[in-house]
Design a protein. Sequence first.
Length: 400
Amino acid sequence: MPLFDANDVTAVSPLPPLHRSQFEPSGPPEPVVLPDGTRAWRVSRYPDVRKVLTDARFGRAQLHVPDTVPLTGQSGLVASADLMFNQDGEDHLRLRRTLRRAFTPRTVARWRPWIASIVEQRLDTLVDGPRPADLVAGFTLPLPVDVISRLMGLDNAARERLRHWTEYAFSDGSHPEEEMEPVLAEFAAFGAALLTERRKDPGDDLTSMLVGAADEEGGIAESQLVDLVCGLVVGGHDSTMTMLGNALLYLLAERRECWSRIGADEEAAGAVAERLLHLIPLGDDRGTARHVSVDTEVGGVTVPAGSMVLADCGAANRDPDVFPPRPFDDLFAPLAAPTLSFGAGPHYCLGAWLARLELQLSLHRLAARCPGLRLARPADEVEWRNGTTSRSPERIPVTW
Ligand code: HEM
């Protein structure tokens, strides 16, 4: 019997599992004041969020120009003006073009055999090991790290430092400034050294491809390339790890009845992965920020020039005009409209197809190899990993 009903939005707890996150209902764009006093416009209906994310009048770069709209609560790599995610227009495209061939569905499909073999190796170690086991240490963390390390061509020393760098790159602001600086400097030095190495001695990894494409493209500052490489290294595993941990916690705690079908049918596992991606947020932040340069009409409301706009993808993914109510009921049903969990428009998640493949294979093969997998401790005793903008269980003790 489930501990709680994920469709019951009245259930509250101090730090609820992410699948129980509560979203303000979607409605017309409205001015809001954030907890730190920053003023913004919240946009929450599905078509309005799509408009904000796809319309060039809503940009990211202005959020990082001093004396315009301060993007408060952001620190670490995500606050860097050099990051691809913080560029607009041609500056953004120049960087994005260096990777455009790498992350297409077709390319990602070609990576499938080695990703599947990494999944199997991790599962071999897990099932041969002692029980109970920690699913985070044995599966949800090392798997995405293995994949991104292989893609980017990282050595073991870099792998060892990856989580440490990520905690600072994606800091939620709780790390003291005097700690942030040296760690981010060490991370940037790693990125710069990796680029230099691959320029001298290219391999078949993504970093080598990126360096070649950037040199061909021209006009890209080295600091931007460093941030691009560092962003891929941390962004390319943290979100997938977070999603996998939160999805498994939900499935094992509340939806064990789905487990055998996930193990028997890879396509069904893909549908579950897509629905959980759609419904379970990566953390407690509400909305991805943009800056609007001119008075712009959204959903019948004029958002004034110079405003910061928060596109609430979580609320939009539940917009009752687009998605039916009780969205957790049938995990195998296709979505009524494309999810906004990977964003939309020019900044649409570059790693979406890779993340989907990793999640689908992971859920399917774990359920196939461990049909009797179950939580070894109650879900409400879970401790949460904290300090970064994403949140997932620190440990998931399981047995089978
Ligand atoms: C479950 C996994 C993931 C989720 C939910 C996710 C989500 C997102 C979202 C929502 C955005 C756009 C944000 C916005 O427009 O405001 C984004 C951007 C991005 N993601 Fe992901 N992501 C995931 C995995 C990955 C992976 C595996 C990679 C790389 C290997 C990746 C690389 C990127 C990059 C580079 C951007 C910035 C794109 C740009 O600015 O043009 N992501 N992601």
